[in-house]
Design a protein around this ligand. Structure first.
Ligand code: COA
Length: 350
């Protein structure tokens, strides 16, 4: 059995905030943000839009594309949603704190009546973790056939807009992929690429919990709950040790790509595109330099969207897919990192 990506979708709020506009509110500049991160703008969800709304829009896009491109034997995206076996939503910014899982709101809105639904929290690595989780669940039971994997975030809601060290980095958005299990042979490790089969070939996942404090929302959880009568100056927000995260990111991106190359006997010429988590162009440039991989191999869109955490890789996948930049048979690598600290990558034949 093989796991094929049969549709992609994305949702990005229409409100766009450029670096220049941000610099009117805090002590920063377009020049500093661009030169240190490669970011030029971010999209921010209005108060009326939550993570589940963005997730549903991206999911509907993926279902519609799967139908339009005749990738599945259905002609109606709504009927296709009814056939889903489960939905996995990667997010750090749920609609409601802890309960209910945001994915259940998504399941309800999509009319995916028979789908089980779960949220997965691995910070910015959530999409990479989620697609592997969905694939494993599909392969675990012959009765399961179809799944949706979504990465969606409203990071603007957990951003301290007075902290120039973090607020320039983040944006809101969602991306989704529709997965279908199809007939085919599951190879031994090391054979996935040589077999020529399409779909999700293999995944690398990892975590280094010793770095838990380097990217953190300190208040609101069971360690530091809000107390009755306490005055809140700033809502729960992300704090970051930028240098530590930067060094970790360059290391794990380099190692993950190297591991795929070595274990699957690949050269960079075999890879059509690398789709990294869109946190900082300098991180990608540093990893590319270490690996001697030309910059053009990496697909970057943080200039427009900034870092949308779990949404960044599926948004990029959808952009590449819809613009015809992915051809049937192309080998692609996704690679990412995030709070936890977590990291990972997927090797996919399109
Ligand atoms: N605008 C203007 N100046 C800024 C600024 C901003 N938005 N943010 C920080 N600065 C200033 C600092 O105050 C510092 O000034 P000082 O030298 O007078 O103290 C100076 O710029 C350099 O700060 P520094 O933190 O050393 O910058 P940096 O080159 O390390 O870049 C990050 C900072 C955050 C861009 C970088 O560390 C990074 O990208 N880290 C990884 C973050 C990440 O990917 N997070 C998401 C993980 S999923």
């Amino acid at each position: 059995m093989v796991i094929k990506i049969a549709g992609t979708g994305r949702a990005v709020p229409s409100t766009r905030v450029s670096n220049k506009e941000l610099a009117e509110q805090i002590d920063t500049s377009d020049e500093w943000i661009r030169s240190h991160t490669g970011i030029g703008a971010r999209h921010i969800a209005p108060e009326t839009i939550s993570v589940s709304d963005l997730a549903v829009e991206a999911a509907r896009g993926a279902l519609k594309l799967a139908v339009e491109r005749a990738e599945v034997g259905e002609t109606d995206p709504e009927k296709l949603a009814e056939t889903l076996d489960f939905i996995v939503l990667g997010t750090t910014t749920q609609d409601y704190y802890g309960c209910p899982p945001t994915c259940c709101l998504v399941q309800h809105q999509l009319g995916a009546k028979k789908a089980a639904a779960m949220d997965l929290a691995a910070a910015c690595s959530s999409f990479i973790y989620s697609i592997e989780t969905a694939a494993a669940l599909l392969l675990a039971d012959p009765r399961r056939k179809r799944a949706l994997v979504i990465g969606a975030e409203t990071l603007s809601r957990i951003t301290n807009w007075n902290d120039r060290g973090t607020c320039v980095l983040f944006g809101d958005g969602a991306g989704a992929v529709f997965l279908e299990k199809q007939d085919g042979k599951q190879e031994e490790p090391g054979e996935a690429v040589s077999s020529g089969r399409r779909g999700l070939l293999r995944t690398i996942l990892g975590a280094d919990g010793s770095g838990w404090e380097n990217l953190i929302i300190r208040r609101g959880g069971s360690r530091n709950p809000w107390k009755p009568g306490e005055t809140v100056d700033i809502p729960p927000h992300v704090e970051m040790n930028g240098h530590a995260v930067y060094n970790f990111a360059v290391k794990v991106i380099t190692e993950t790509i190297e591991q795929f190359m070595e274990e699957e006997s690949l050269t960079i010429h075999d890879i059509a595109r690398i789709i990294p988590h869109q946190a900082n162009a300098r991180i990608i440039q540093a990893a590319g330099k270490r690996l001697k991989i030309p910059e053009e191999k990496f697909y970057l869109n943080m200039e427009e969207y900034a870092n949308t955490s779990s949404a960044s890789i599926p948004i990029a996948l959808d952009e590449l897919n819809r613009s015809g930049q992915l051809r049937r048979g192309d080998l692609i690598i996704t690679v990412g990192f995030g709070g936890g600290l977590t990291y990972g990558g997927n090797l996919i034949r399109w």
